[in-house]
Design a protein around this ligand. Structure first.
Ligand SMILES: N[C@@H]1[C@@H](O)[C@H](O)[C@@H](COP(=O)(O)O)O[C@@H]1O
Length: 260
């Protein structure tokens, strides 16, 4: 696992957008796994700026969704499908035909989960999966104590996550209790995992992810099992890392050609 400490969220966004742009130059039809939440927005803004300036071409890029609320229709403004259309696909000039995601309104949710998991494999797998992290260490919507080998399935949100996500809804009663999420085992199949965490509120979760034991109680700690995982954190999110100075020194001395 590589930990990169950046001065602020904007720098983190630029660094990760750079890695995505490099990937798209190498593999124009790369499958990018994207996350929702506030944290990844600087990544999408920086990548969209590269698209506008012509330094990267997204005409063949493909986008895969990480998780979804159960019961919100695709056109609900807070369904993750809508959020991704607004915040990722439109700014990057990518059409819905290049998008894949689970159906949160399927009558048979379990079958929809299994179908989506299979579709990811059939599409050749995710090349780069961008992840945020919940204050409780969740990735996607894999809440604490999720199986570390789980596949895409339905999960129940913790009250903490519902409270954290209530800001996107008029009131907390509108936040669904159930969600579909790529499982931790599914996420670990992506070729490169990039987790971005910013702000002091994520410092405990980041410390548990990077320096704690691999444990289902902190789902993001499963990144320790991945051969190519990059954790990008700002100073505030890095504030509880014991090895922060080591991570800084390692990154400063890294040859440019290596990328992240
Ligand atoms: N399902 C999403 C996660 O994918 C995201 O990482 C998390 C943190 O969001 P934020 O980045 O807004 O703190 O929120 C939601 O629960």
């Amino acid at each position: 696992m590589e930990v990169v400490i950046v001065p602020d969220a904007k720098a983190g966004g630029a660094l990760i957008a750079g890695a995505m742009a490099d990937l798209l130059r190498r593999t124009p039809d790369a499958l990018l796994g994207v996350a929702t939440g506030s944290t990844p927005l600087p990544v999408y803004e920086a990548l969209a700026a590269q698209v506008r300036s012509g330094s990267v071409n997204t005409s063949r890029a493909r986008i895969a969704q990480l998780d979804e609320y159960v019961g919100l229709t695709a056109d609900h403004p807070e369904s993750y499908r809508s959020v991704l259309r607004r915040e990722v696909l439109e700014p990057l000039g990518i059409g819905m035909d290049a998008f894949m995601g689970p159906d949160g309104t399927a009558e048979d949710v379990q079958a929809a989960c299994e179908a989506y998991d299979r579709a990811l494999t059939e599409a050749g797998g995710v090349d780069l999966q961008l992840l945020g992290i919940g204050t409780d260490g969740h990735i996607g919507f894999n809440e604490p104590c999720s199986s570390l080998v789980s596949r895409t399935r339905i999960k129940t949100l913790t009250e903490q996550t519902r409270v954290d996500n209530a800001r996107f809804f008029d009131d907390i009663d509108q936040v669904p209790h159930h969600v579909i999420t790529q499982g931790i085992g599914t996420i670990l199949e992506a070729r490169h995992l990039v987790l971005l965490a910013t702000g002091e509120g994520k410092a405990d979760a980041v410390a548990a992810t990077v320096e704690g034991p691999v444990a289902a109680v902190c789902p993001a700690s499963a990144l320790q099992l991945h051969p190519h995982a990059t954790v990008v954190v700002d100073e505030a999110a890095a504030s509880k890392l014991k090895f922060a100075d080591y991570f800084r020194r390692t990154y400063v001395n890294k040859p440019d050609w290596q990328g992240i």
